[in-house]
Design a protein around this ligand. Structure first.
Ligand code: AMP
Ligand code: MG
Length: 353
């Protein structure tokens, strides 16, 4: 398949492109587009054929449900049960924005979109292009991240093309995204609201609106998946966001962490392996082996979130064999950063005492 790549920033014909993209979606085709979180791979969320194509293009297991993206609150009533005051409160506070709500679905939403579940995940993205596209398509757009399943999510159009060129109808390239990590997911189908995936809307922000809420066991303790606990967000059981290299993270006093990483990197290089190191601006100078990449200043969680996936993909480009990283546990986005980072590392986090 020939993929049309439209560079939005360099193109004056914005309206024409959006119209064309909307038509592709309406006819059951696939269009990748930017949102404020990561790039999405969009198809008509009410058309089972379109969701089949999404799963095929990504190589995604079909029991891993898709998020439906809407452009106004009226659209929500078509696809989900909305007589729950918490929905209205959260929508007013956080939409459009990096928040996905899991709700009881209406019959119009095919089970092939929801991974066979009776619930549907819905989000209103805070990105003009995304909202214009949903409006032009005149249907909720099912959009997982626009990457090959398992790889780090794409935070710019070039990374989308790397994974999906030739597999989808169109890519709308508008440069780099704002946040760089996927949305927060909250399950509202139970009595107590429950966080299924941490994101830029934090537990504290939810609690300001809803009072006390829960955090899913798998988010709190990722090893519980291995013990046979079935996650409520089916995507949580898959290895995710991962570079090709083996990634290990180290927690502890910064000099001791650097000492340990230097020791391992020296040994690896002696064995002919290519080593990458992810460090903060403040600690980068402590490393003497491997290729050191600065992810951001220690307290700049916004910058760290924005850089994470691109750095992992750059190490893939360079065919790095092993990546060693510090942990990044400061700031409002720390939970979301460490959730993705530790998954990319298959939970390989070593405490240096
Ligand atoms: P992605 O589209 O790659 O950002 O991932 C979407 C994630 O949302 C999936 O992996 C699921 O874990 C979660 N999700 C989507 N729909 C539902 C649902 N109905 N119930 C629970 N989790 C969901
Ligand atoms: Mg994804």
């Amino acid at each position: 398949m020939k993929t049309i790549v439209s560079n939005i920033e360099e193109n004056d014909d914005y309206n024409k492109i959006i119209k064309e993209a909307g038509e592709i979606i309406r006819k059951g085709g696939l269009v990748a587009f930017p949102t404020e979180t990561v790039y999405g791979l969009g198809g008509d969320g009410l058309n089972p054929e379109a969701s089949k194509k999404i799963y095929a293009a990504k190589g995604r297991p079909s029991d891993n449900p898709l998020i439906l993206h809407i452009c106004d609150i009226k659209q929500l009533e078509d696809i989900a049960e909305t007589d729950d005051i918490r929905i209205k409160k959260l929508a007013e506070k956080f939409w459009p924005g990096p928040l996905t709500m899991v709700l009881k679905k209406k019959d119009i939403v095919p089970k092939s979109t929801t991974g066979g579940l009776g619930t549907v995940a819905v989000r209103m993205p805070n990105n003009k292009l995304a909202l214009d596209l949903i409006r032009a398509a005149n249907t909720p757009i099912a959009a997982p991240s626009a990457n090959t399943s398992g790889r780090p999510s794409p935070t710019n159009g070039k990374r989308v093309a790397e994974d999906l060129d030739g597999k989808i109808d169109m890519i709308l390239d508008a440069g780099s995204v704002e946040i760089g990590l996927e949305s927060s997911i909250i399950d509202l189908t139970g009595e107590k609201a429950c966080i299924l995936r941490p994101g830029a809307v934090t537990k504290e922000m939810f609690e300001e609106v809803l009072g006390e809420i829960e955090v899913d066991r798998v988010v709190k303790d990722p090893s519980s998946v291995k013990e046979g606990y079935k996650p409520k967000a089916p995507g949580m059981k898959y290895r995710h966001y991962a570079p090709k290299a083996e990634l290990k993270m180290f927690r502890g006093e910064e000099k001791k962490v650097a000492e340990e990483i230097n020791k391992l990197a020296a040994e690896d290089e002696k064995n002919g392996l290519k080593v990458g190191i992810i460090a903060s601006l403040e600690t980068a100078k402590l490393y003497v082996f491997g290729e050191v990449v600065v992810i951001g200043a220690r307290n700049d969680d916004v910058e760290i979130a924005r850089n994470l996936y691109e750095i992992l993909r750059e190490f893939d480009d360079k065919k790095t064999d092993r990546i060693y990283s510090e942990v990044f546990e400061d700031g409002k986005l720390a939970k979301a950063i460490m959730n993705r980072f530790s998954k990319a590392a298959s939970n390989n986090i070593i405490d240096i005492l």
